[in-house]
Design a binder for this molecule. Structure first.
Ligand code: C2E
Ligand code: MG
Ligand code: MG
Ligand code: MG
Length: 287
């Protein structure tokens, strides 16, 4: 009994310190942008047949001056709670478009937005603002949303995404297959791209079912004129299986390295898209 009580006490203290930790992060996040603590890193999206980089996803990084790196899954969630996400999204849009405009022409840049961004009127304004300031063509910008971000105000979100799509901006459904009613979102929303969640790729080389699932989702996407992306590709074998057995258009993952700052990303693109780098990998036939 005494031990149980001790455990409970430890639990309460842990909850309390967890609460205080989150509270501190929320406070400190308020000055993170103005103090230059946020940075963007980029991860390439690669055509599995040619191994050329066709686009990049911008991912936010926060290095706290005392606590060190804070994972985006943590600070983005906190920023959503406080409403600071709006300022972060604005900063990400500005920074990503300004940095990507110097990359070779057709390379696009994808920015993640959250549920809260889809609620207000700011997102549309921030996007126009960023495109205007950077001079980036709208066709080179992509907005990524997750299924869970669409649950709250489905109609409002659909209208906002349609307005962005009308400007020529790409709309990607992120982490596809992990949220709710995946298929119904494909009916009423202006998506141009589906990003299949990395949990489906993880066992693609050992599970025939996963491979078949992937091949058939890719076929469905093809029929719906969607660009299909496999997230979380970590090994050559996974890439090989995808290129051989599915009509997946783009792959993304640690196989091509961890996400990098803009200058290194630019070098990576130059290296991967060099003519001789391309001819080294024979073009594989699609099924
Ligand atoms: P996401 O948009 O699905 O981004 C992909 C995440 O998977 C990234 O994690 C990336 O580093 C990781 N990843 C990429 N390739 C691999 C792989 O081969 N294996 C594994 N295990 N992981 C891989 P990250 O950067 O930690 O971001 C996590 C999530 O945080 C993102 O998921 C996105 O939902 C959110 N996020 C990141 N940056 C932003 C942002 O600027 N705004 C918003 N609203 N959300 C963001
Ligand atoms: Mg994403
Ligand atoms: Mg994702
Ligand atoms: Mg995710």
């Amino acid at each position: 009994k005494a031990r149980g009580k001790g455990q409970y006490q430890a639990f309460v203290e842990e909850m309390d310190s967890e609460f205080r930790y989150r509270q501190r992060l929320k406070n400190d996040l308020a000055i993170a942008i103005s103090e230059d603590q946020l940075k963007l890193v980029y991860q390439p999206l690669v055509d599995p047949a040619t191994r050329r980089v066709v686009g990049c996803e911008a991912l936010a990084r926060w290095t706290h001056p005392e606590l060190g790196p804070i994972a985006p899954d943590v600070f983005i969630g906190l920023a959503e709670e406080t409403g600071q996400i709006s300022a972060i999204t604005r900063w990400v849009l500005q920074t990503a478009t300004a940095e990507c405009v110097f990359w070779p022409q057709p390379i696009s840049v994808a920015v993640n937005v959250s549920a809260r961004d889809l609620r207000g009127e700011d997102l549309t304004r921030y996007v126009s603002e960023a495109l205007k300031a950077s001079g980036l063509a709208p066709g080179r910008l992509e907005i990524e949303v997750t299924e869970t971000a669409l649950i709250e105000d489905r109609e409002g979100a659909a209208a906002k995404l349609a307005a962005l799509a009308d400007k020529g901006i790409g709309i990607a459904l992120d982490d596809f297959g992990t949220g709710y009613s995946s298929l119904s979102y494909l009916r009423g929303m202006a998506f141009s791209k589906l990003k299949i969640d990395r949990s489906f790729i993880a066992d693609i080389t050992t599970s025939d079912r996963s491979l078949k699932l992937m091949a058939n989702v890719a076929r469905l996407g093809q029929d719906l004129d969607l660009v299909l992306v496999a997230e979380g590709v970590e090994t050559e074998d996974q890439l090989e299986a995808i290129a051989r057995h599915t009509a997946i258009d783009q792959v993304q993952g640690f196989l091509f390295g961890t996400p990098l700052p803009a200058p290194e990303t630019r070098e990576l693109i130059a290296r991967m898209n060099r003519r001789d780098a391309r001819s080294r990998t024979a073009k594989r036939r699609r099924p």
